[in-house]
Design a protein around this ligand. Sequence first.
Ligand SMILES: Nc1ncnc2c1ncn2[C@@H]1O[C@H](COP(=O)(O)OP(=O)(O)OP(=O)(O)O)[C@@H](O)[C@H]1O
Ligand SMILES: [Mg+2]
Length: 385
Amino acid sequence: MAEANGNQGSPQNGQAADGKQGAQIPGYQVLSKIGAGAQATVYKAKQLSLNRIVAVKVLSKRLSSDGEFVARFFREAQAVAKLNHPNIIQAIDYGEIGGRHYFVTEFVDGYTVQDEITKGKVYSEVDAMSIILQIAKALDHAHGIGLIHRDVKPSNIMVTQDGKAKLADMGLAVATVDLKNAIETSKMYGTPYYISPEQILGKADIDFRADIYSLGATLFHMVTGRRPFTGKNVIEVLEKHLKAPLESPDMVNLDLLPPICRVIEKMMQKEPAKRQANTAQLVHDLESVDFLLEQAADDKKDGMPLGHLSIGQDEGESPAQTGKSAAKAAGKKPSSVVQQPLTAPPGHEVEDIHGPWRPSVLEILLAALLLISIVGNVLQWMKIL
Ligand SMILES: Nc1ncnc2c1ncn2[C@@H]1O[C@H](COP(=O)(O)OP(=O)(O)OP(=O)(O)O)[C@@H](O)[C@H]1O
Ligand SMILES: [Mg+2]
């Protein structure tokens, strides 16, 4: 079986990437190593029975020998196999050979959001929203059957050439951070940059809101080019997730419009109860932002200021948050000023905030004077004739 850190290459018929004899996955021809993460190595392979290209994820030796993890991994693999959603990488097969567990999935011909970020890309609001909205819909589907991802992050979001976003590693993540181990070794099994506070605290009742936080952190990174919290070491980053106030995204990228910042700030509330109440609500909020971004693009084309764009204020939103937005607006360019909050869910007409035109008394008087003067001039002209 392939080593989790096997060398890159093009192994021959059925061999795993380390090239060792006998290291084969029955029914598959391993073609090349695609990548490796903290838990596993991923290979491109051909499923011989159906003559199609697939991805094979081989769990690391460490995790393959962790009985508890493997049992949960298997249970979740079975649950994931029930999922059928265009934005979730489809599960195909699961197996174990030579003590190593593997998971076969649909092969995605594309790149991860992390690949793009690594190249230095800062996503436009529209591009980021397109990807995040698709992933929110994927999560809504998974949450609907009680599956929590637990490790939403840029490297687990793949995008195809035609812009279709696919969520990877559904159900594969380690449940919580081993904080003690992280403190002792300053190392953790995944990345600390997108993890929710409740996962850091090792809470037993992790729910869909952990995924909302991580998706918010991912969106923050995509549109600002910066991770929401950074630090000298893992512990510092984790502590900031727990305690440090989130810097407003439009303080990092001054071009961002208020609606997207508001939705990120809500997704990344430290208290789960202050985030979106469910993933359907999240999808609705993101669709509203998407709608307002389109509206902003149209207004920009027509030369109108963008200041009236904002999503509706929630009752539960803290005054501090509102105050922060106002303070931000004061120090920023006019396009960021929230002048007229309006909620515009997709499919709903946006009201004309000016209303129909009605003449004022002054306008009526001026019109009457104008009319008298015209009539007088006409009479005088007729007299001359
Ligand atoms: N189904 C797939 N199709 C194509 N490429 C994939 C697929 N799944 C994963 N990959 C590629 O394999 C790489 C490694 O994935 P893997 O999930 O092992 O690590 P990771 O997500 O980067 O890190 P972590 O272990 O922390 O989740 C990904 O970055 C991606 O490029
Ligand atoms: Mg992954």
